[in-house]
Design a protein around this ligand. Sequence first.
Ligand code: FAD
Length: 521
Amino acid sequence: MEIAMVCTRVNLLILILSLCSPYKFIQSPMDFGPLNLLPTTTAASSDFGRIIFHSPSAVLKPQSPRDISLLLSFLSASSLSKVTVAARGAGHSIHGQAQALDGIVVDMCSLPSEIALYRGGGGGGGGGDISYADVSGGAMWIELLEQSLKLGLAPRSWTDYLYITIGGTLSNAGISGQTFKHGPQISNVLQLEVVTARGETVTCSPTKDAELFNAVLGGLGQFGIITRARILLQEAPQKVKWVRAFYDDFGTFTKDQELLISMPDSVDYVEGFIVLNEQSLHGSSIAFPANMAFNPDFGSKSSPKIYYCIEFAVHDYQYKNTNVDQVVEAISKQMSHIASHLYSVEVSYFDFLNRVRMEEMSLRSSGLWEVHHPWLNMFVPKAGISDLRDLLMDNISPDNFEGLILIYPLLRDKWGTNTSAVLPDSGSMDQVMYVVGILRSANPDEGCSHDCLQELLHRHRHIADTAGALLGAKQYLAHHPSPAGWHQHFGPRWERFADRKVRFDPLSILGPGQGIFPKGN
Ligand code: FAD
């Protein structure tokens, strides 16, 4: 064991000298003793966005959290080193957030996926005896869903897509249609195991090393690497009633969304999207197995007409003595959608949560998954949502838009105030804010290569800047081209974020791909 440790340290020293040397000599696959350090891979230099391609000098494929701890303790001890380290989950970032130019990428997916489940006596419904899962940081949410359903349990808060990692979403927030009810994923974590930039392994929670716990949640990979998380579970429903209703008026659409989130005892999920064109209607309906007879007139190029769709869902288990259809009927009677354009289906809970996988498979089969994704996500105060819609329509042409524009409301009080996540400043006392996601594809094979992509990125930056300046919006999964942009992004929270960096990663080793704390600054 000791020999192995010495070997590892010698190899790390060679690695660091190599990384700092003008003559990089990691050219071919090599085994760094017990630490599985490899030269760069294509995956480590890329991500879902396909916009930034920064090659690291090496990729660590950890076999246990101890490998990560060894690497970071060695790097932080050699303070002359300029080496940076990025944890990479499933690499579903848009702007190179999990990349490390000339540094080391830690491939979290190579950690063995360990999932231990605990069923509390209270059935996960609160009280002292709660249900939870201990999951490794590189495990994907789909794995946790599959395992927990075997015990009839499931996490409460989700993302729309499940082939992303626990550590990756907890470093942002993790939001979906359940967020209005249960808060983001970062509000549903009981404990974390984190390897800090100094290589210490710390188990933290709201009551133990709380500052690290809160820093890491929504912390954009800046303060430590999440190697394990304890996620709150609840009883899983067998089935879900999944409903869609269509609108031709934005004000009525948002009013009904806000009505739905005011009924958390009946409604379990609320989202919505803009129906810009045929593609946004059909592309988003692949997993929705109802025959929809909604064939609207989208107008002409010079005078387009757009529509809106609310999605909501009700879990069946709450209504053991009531028919779930009656519950949906009672809810929908209070809504003001276009008459007769409400559709519902009953699907298994698994299929409901895993719905985006069907879209992925469809896009993959037509070669449309691995294209550029210039996505922009924002949190927008309720007071500005109507202006935001106008801003979008001034900058997006429905006739050539490929993808989806999500809009749905969240409630501010479901978010803790101590995590690193950034929300719009609470200027008004309004609890409601909206998430707006421009989830756009740009296919080089259909003519959208370099210049077209740059034009889309430019437009999105204009939308983000204008929405920030005029409406108080904040980017989610943010990208800012300069540290000054980040400073502005955090606003009054900047000082706390920067203090946390000094405390937990004073050498700015971690998370270089975010561009918040350039090495040497
Ligand atoms: P990566 O892209 O690999 O990493 C993201 C950031 O987290 C990087 O800064 C990285 O360094 C850091 N990081 C990764 N792992 C760790 C770790 N273990 N410890 C510390 N830092 C770490 N998000 C939502 O909230 N809701 C959605 O509904 C949603 N839907 C999506 C659908 C699709 C198709 C895609 C592509 C993305 C979606 N996202 C959604 C965004 C997604 O949550 C983020 O991109 C998330 O970061 C992806 O996780 P990942 O494992 O791919 O992380």
